[in-house]
Design a protein around this ligand. Structure first.
Ligand SMILES: Cc1cc2nc3c(=O)[nH]c(=O)nc-3n(C[C@H](O)[C@H](O)[C@H](O)COP(=O)(O)O)c2cc1C
Length: 222
């Protein structure tokens, strides 16, 4: 996959027809499950790189992309982090291939300045940049709590790409929302601008997917 870094290159055409993708996507979302444990097998680097690209493509408010994702695959660090998760999450911590610690970045000034200069370099029309600047100012002028809250919402969208992306690449995932962020910050020596928000363990599932329990269409759509 090509590497997009704050660039506005066109996304290559998919090899699939649109209808094929709809079927494949239905299979991804309906067959994905939150794995309770993995078999310990490592996911190869090529697939990990593809997953990173899928995650990076997530949308975000004003395109600030306020996420940083710490990737951990060494057993020693995983073992150190395990006690900072509750008992029902420990099996997946012990058996996953990689742990992705999704952090919300609170340095939104830096993000806006980089997005703005990339937009200028890419030759975006001035009025579009002015509009983006207006939205950025609305976000930047909020209280620290509101800024963090907004960043965390974007992080959740990136996490959605991660779980469905993992499934599309042939491996499994498990969301860990219950963890001690302070402990994760301490053990991983994260900078104070980053707030650990959600963890996703990835690997090859070693459990039986449970039946999907979902509210009906009538319950959801009105
Ligand atoms: C924000 C969030 C936090 C979650 N935290 C945990 C967790 O700490 N441990 C866990 O086993 N599952 C966790 N889950 C997984 C949900 O329980 C699971 O997605 C839900 O029961 C539906 O099952 P499915 O994903 O297999 O379809 C979390 C899910 C979300 C969206």
């Amino acid at each position: 996959m090509p590497s997009y870094y704050l660039s506005y290159e066109p996304i290559p055409q998919s090899a699939y027809a649109k209808g094929d993708i709809a079927v494949a996507f239905w299979e991804i979302v309906s067959q994905r499950h939150n794995a309770k444990k993995f078999n310990g097998k490592k996911i190869n680097n090529e697939k990990i790189t593809e997953l990173f690209d899928i995650i990076r493509m997530a949308p975000s408010a004003d395109n600030l992309q306020p996420w940083k994702i710490k990737v951990i695959s060494d057993r020693n660090t995983l073992d150190k982090l395990t006690p900072a998760t509750p008992p029902f999450n420990q099996e997946k911590m012990r058996t996953c291939s990689h742990l992705l610690v999704f952090c919300a970045d609170q340095d939104l000034e830096m993000r806006w300045s980089r997005v703005e200069s990339a937009a200028r370099q890419a030759g975006l029309p001035g009025r579009e940049i002015t509009h983006m600047a207006g939205v950025a100012n609305m976000i930047l002028n909020r209280s620290p709590e509101e800024r963090l809250n907004r960043s965390q919402r974007d992080v959740f969208l990136a996490a959605g790409n991660a779980i469905n992306g993992a499934s599309s690449l042939g491996f499994d995932s498990s969301i860990i929302g219950s963890f001690n962020p302070k402990e994760f910050t301490r053990i991983l020596k994260l900078p104070r601008t980053l707030e650990p928000t959600l963890i996703i363990a990835i690997g090859y599932a070693a459990d039986t997917p449970p039946q999907k329990l979902r509210f009906s269409k009538e319950d959801v759509f009105f």
